[in-house]
Design a protein around this ligand. Structure first.
Ligand code: UD1
Ligand code: CA
Length: 459
């Protein structure tokens, strides 16, 4: 069932009150306009043409492989399709979709095309009987049910009282025969309440118009303002979470969990409340995530536990434990069974298998070998004010508490560093390095202080 899809995305979107084009607002990790494009492709579209405005605002924001047609002025949805018309064949079936129809999945598009072809129609509109039809185009039928036209109701003046009583609305997706579009588009007039070319007038101009009722009265058909945006995100998020739950992911609190469209999650993983998984994050099987974890473009392998943490472009291999209160920055790789504990920040570092950074540390630009244990408050001083340098720590190294490794520096396998050391020189394998001032005890110091204090109570 091959067809061409036209996605209209050149409108001004004034009701969003935003400097960002409406169709680029985020819906579950994707710009809004990606959703109808995905639906069209999932329904079998061989070509997708996106109608854009001349400003180039959508450049670089559209998925690979779409074609674009520029609508010179935003003179209405009829003008939008007219801009794409030179790219459309007379013989083909064309599906037109509003760029703000983010919640329309592939199923209704397929139903629309099937109905359109079965009816031998020139123009077919998808409709619902809306619980609240206000502002939408209404489908006007004659006594025997044939579709006569669509009347707009967004601005007063286009529809009569009787037409306003109709609850069957235009969802904003249509099937057209190419030839019928070519014939009707030049005839569109802007003598209407909005002074625009309405695509919906093509239904009245077509010889054979039809409609298919999608039967979902609660469907949010378009996103026009930020209240509808929030509603759409909520609906889409629930759909995405339901898919994950059906494929074996436990979501403890769906209303407090955010998972972007392209996130992958393995079976038997548990998402605790406050889990936010963004972008290209991939999670393996049997992980425990949350409460309160935000991960963007991260990769977790299997059986990873992460609580109260924030991660960006970090990787954790099997059996890693993270948090609570950890910050993983880009380039962090935690090997099998490694542990990053409480108040620990790791950046651009490779923490070896079974290695532990349990408390209060900053590990940046470092390689830490297998089995090493970095004591509380171990810090890598990776930046000399001009350049970043690496710290290389071998296998089974033990650093005492409060050790600074001043990079570049290399610590050999099995070495030990004393508490409070500032390590500026390489440490050979197996050595103990202590780099701190020796303790000096001044005898009878406190008594002398008491005598010196004017009020006799001491300092
Ligand atoms: C439109 C329909 C209405 C339907 C509703 C469903 C028309 C005239 N009306 O109204 O019957 O019930 O959708 O949501 O079509 N666009 C352009 N160029 C323009 C104007 C708009 O590309 O010059 C694009 C917009 O970016 C948007 C889509 O077309 O993605 C729909 O435009 P919008 O202004 O949202 O139409 P509605 O008033 O919602
Ligand atoms: Ca709209």
């Amino acid at each position: 069932m091959s067809f061409t899809a036209v996605v209209m995305a050149a409108g001004k979107g004034t009701r969003m009150r935003s400097s960002t084009p409406k169709v680029l607002h985020d819906v579950c990790g994707l710009p809004m306009v990606h959703w109808p494009i995905r639906a069209a492709r999932a329904a079998g579209a061989t070509r997708v043409i996106v109608v854009t405005s001349p400003g180039g605002e959508l450049d670089g924001h559209l998925p690979e492989g779409v074609e674009t047609a520029v609508q010179p002025v935003a003179d209405g949805t009829g003008g939008a399709v007219a801009a794409a018309a030179p790219l459309l064949d007379a013989e083909e079936t064309v599906i037109v979709i509003n760029g703000d129809a983010a919640l329309i999945p592939a199923g209704p598009l397929t139903a629309l095309i099937e109905r359109h072809r079965a009816a031998g129609a020139d123009a077919t509109v998808a409709t619902i009987r809306a619980l609240d039809p206000s502002g939408y185009g209404r489908v006007i039928r004659d006594e025997d049910g044939s579709v006569l036209r669509i009347v707009e109701t967004r601005s007063p003046g286009d529809a009569t009282e009787a037409e306003l009583a109709v609850d069957e609305i235009n969802v904003g997706i249509y099937a057209f025969q190419g030839a019928a579009l070519h014939a009707a588009l030049p005839q569109l007039q802007s003598h209407n309440a909005q002074g625009e070319l309405y695509l919906t007038d093509v239904l009245a101009l077509a010889d054979r118009a039809a409609a298919v009722d999608l039967g979902d009265p609660g469907l949010l058909v378009g996103i026009n303002d930020r209240a509808e945006l929030a509603q759409a995100c909520e609906t889409m998020q629930r759909r995405l979470l339901d898919d994950h739950m059906r494929s074996g992911v436990t979501v403890v609190s769906p209303t407090s969990t955010v998972v972007d469209a392209d996130v992958v999650i393995g079976q038997d993983t548990v998402l605790e409340p406050g889990t936010v998984l963004r972008g290209a994050t991939v999670v393996g099987r049997g992980c425990r995530i949350g409460p309160q974890v935000t991960l963007t473009d991260c990769t977790l392998h299997d059986e990873v536990t992460i609580r109260h943490a924030f991660g960006v472009e970090a990787t954790a291999h099997d059996g890693v434990t993270i948090g609570p209160f950890a910050y993983l920055r880009p380039g962090t790789v935690l090997r099998d069974g490694a542990k990053v504990g409480t108040f620990v920040e790791v950046k651009n570092s490779d923490i070896g298998p079974g290695a532990k950074v349990p408390h209060l540390s900053y590990i940046g630009d470092a390689d830490v070998g297998a089995g090493s244990n970095l004591g509380a408050a171990t810090i890598t001083a990776n930046y000399d004010g001009r350049h970043k340098h690496r710290t290389t720590i071998g296998r089974d190294v033990r650093s005492g508490v409060d050790v600074s490794f001043v990079a570049p520096v290399t610590i050999g396998d099995g070495a030990v560093t004393g508490a409070g050391s500032v390590i500026t020189k390489d440490v050979p394998a197996g050595a103990l390095a202590i780099a701190r001032a020796r303790q000096t005890n001044l005898e009878d110091y406190a008594a002398g202080q008491d005598a010196a204090a004017p009020d006799g109570r001491g300092a």
